[in-house]
Design a protein around this ligand. Sequence first.
Ligand SMILES: *Cc1c(COP(=O)(O)O)cnc(C)c1O
Length: 398
Amino acid sequence: MTDDDLPAYVHDLPGLREHVRAIRAALPDRVELLYAAKANSDPRLLHALAGHIDGFEVASGGELRHVRGLFPDTPIAFGGPGKTPAELAQALNAGVQRLHIESAHELRLLTTALGDRTVDILLRVNLPVTLGPVALAMGGQPSPFGLDPTQLDQCLAVIAADRRIRLRGLHVHLASGLDAPAQLGLADEVLAWAVDWADTRGLDLAEINIGGGMGVDYARPQQVFDWSAFGAGLRERLTRHPRLTLRIEPGRSLTAYCGWYVTEVLDVKRSHGQAFAVLRGGTHHLRTPAAKQHDQPFEVIPDDVWSRPWERPEARDEPVTLVGQLCTPKDVLARGITVERLRVGDRVAFAMAGAYAWNISHHQFLMHPHPTFHHVDDVETAGVAAASVSSPSVHHAS
Ligand SMILES: *Cc1c(COP(=O)(O)O)cnc(C)c1O
């Protein structure tokens, strides 16, 4: 990679394959693993995942077209609020394996789109659970996602009157950023509620999709979600529900670790006593730290070449705020992180940039050039990138 390639997104495909393989191995057979494509729908990443997962979860007609185009036969679940009549028809034409129904109106729209086809659905329900402090709550409180429990009976009446619709079970995606014990606690609440709900209505509950939201800790990159504990916990719970299949649909926790955003320092300066490093690119390429209000972990890759006739601007053993090229104070990638040395011309590699990164960023703001994209697919070279994930030299707020 030359300086002309910067900023660059680099994706470690062998690392991703190994990560998802280990996750699949930690899960019991009766847990189906879907990948939420909205986290990162890069075709190379989807291909790396495909051999290890049971399907994809998509949340729009665009994602559906994209994923179906790449994988003609892989099971797809289609969820998300505000599906249009055209998207419902598209889903039926694409033969989605599950449709996640978000409202009674959406269910009625579906009946008008079906014709002589059948469809397997899950009702997405916003359960009254006690979530505690979580990064992003999608349920357990007023929200536009899923059905209020009081709406379910109305949906059951529609389904009972329409033989084309097969209710397989429930879908809940209530929170994101939970660690394994919290996810299992949430699963307990969901299971207890769902089993009781189905029993009192004499329903055969075949399946519960308990969503995504497995935690990714940007402040502690080594603190990876405990998939072994989670898998063991689910296995134990499934023994109590012998006829139930569970599904999960994580996004961030699958792809966050395989992506790097690599760039260079354009300027280093001091302002009112604080050091700032201005980097090529910024949050219009990597919006993750701005969106989640965290410091993106990074590693400095020194470049000793300096040919200017003046002193090379640098920060040394001091806190530095790493910003991008945008004319807004919000363009901060990491704030007040102590570095040994950071000089104009050094490279900076931001870790954990494989999910909700480029694809959620406002690329056109200020009309800077887009980054280049690279996929490291040979184990040797990928090792160099992957080694830094576990390297203690990755800077992060601690
Ligand atoms: C976004 C989303 C996911 C994935 O969430 P992560 O936090 O990336 O794991 C799963 N299910 C639904 C319904 C979602 O909206």
